[in-house]
Design a protein around this ligand. Structure first.
Ligand code: ADP
Ligand code: MG
Length: 257
């Protein structure tokens, strides 16, 4: 079999907060088109790893490569533009906007037309066309997640699960090729959890790559083809679910905290 390419590679990543080493030399790779799970006990450094990959934090050491290029130290919006995107919780201000507005205003969703250029003679038609295109894309995305009936609802009024679907919808508006999901099922009821999982599998069939942090071990083992285990800021083991499930060290890391 031909080995699959590796869009995301993390080498020797390290991040400290004061005296705490949150990530302590983590090294791993994510294969193209995979649904890769990232697991580990609370405080293992999973979220900090995501933050370093996406430019939210600057790592103290180590490198992040995206499609062969080093992206360490790049600004978050530049990393989004590359197609490496994480979901963000809907902030309070966004709760006061409608679901449709939330999707249309997703970072990177707007085309890069500056205000000065948009008022120049002759550009207005183009801006209107772009606005229409953005609106169509937003509606298509809402329909895909079955959120279209909630388009005019304030995001702040959504249930926990609907909000998670909206977070994923917003991320998709940026046209990612690799999506990082940090506990996307937290507080989601089983019906919406299944819907969210179905959409993730749909998107994967379309070629998207996922790195998924999730504490529900059964969900990870049933849905991911590759699992990376972090413990105390390092990668303890990685491999197919069958390997991870039977690794004594992994079991101990969970039981021992
Ligand atoms: P996980 O997501 O695996 O539960 P985190 O990456 O959130 O783990 O946290 C790893 C360690 O880093 C924890 O000890 C946590 O308290 C600490 N930590 C995470 N973010 C910060 C921060 N912004 N400031 C200080 N300490 C942090
Ligand atoms: Mg976390």
């Amino acid at each position: 079999t031909v080995p699959r390419s590796v869009p995301l590679r993390v080498e020797g990543l390290r991040k400290e907060f004061g005296g705490i080493t949150a990530v302590d030399g983590a090294t791993f790779a994510v294969e193209e088109g995979s649904l890769t799970g990232l697991i580990g006990p609370n405080g293992a450094g999973k979220s900090t790893t995501f933050n370093c990959i996406t430019g939210v934090h600057e790592a103290d050491a180590g490198d992040v490569y995206f499609r062969g290029e080093e992206i360490s130290g790049e600004q978050p919006h530049d990393i989004v533009e590359r197609g490496l995107v994480r979901t963000f919780q809907i902030a309070r201000q966004l709760g006061e906007m409608t679901v449709l507005e939330n999707v249309m205003l997703a970072p990177g969703g707007q085309q890069g037309e500056s205000i000065t250029r948009s008022v120049l003679p002759g550009t207005r038609g183009r801006v209107v066309a772009q606005e229409r295109e953005l609106r169509e894309k937003a509606w298509e995305t809402l329909e895909f997640f079955e959120l279209d009936h909630l388009a005019t609802e304030y995001a702040g009024n959504l249930s926990g699960g609907q909000r998670k679907l909206l977070e994923l919808a917003r991320a998709l508006m940026t046209d990612p090729s690799v999506l990082l999901l940090d506990e996307p099922f937290a507080g989601v009821n089983p019906t919406l959890e299944e819907k969210l999982l179905d959409r993730i599998h749909d998107l994967r069939e379309q070629g998207l790559t996922f790195l998924l942090v999730e504490h529900d071990m059964d969900l990870i083992m049933q849905n991911c083809e590759h699992v990376i285990v972090m413990h105390q800021g390092r990668v303890l083991d990685e491999g197919p679910p069958e390997r991870i499930k039977n690794n004594e060290e992994v079991i101990e890391a969970y039981l021992g905290g």
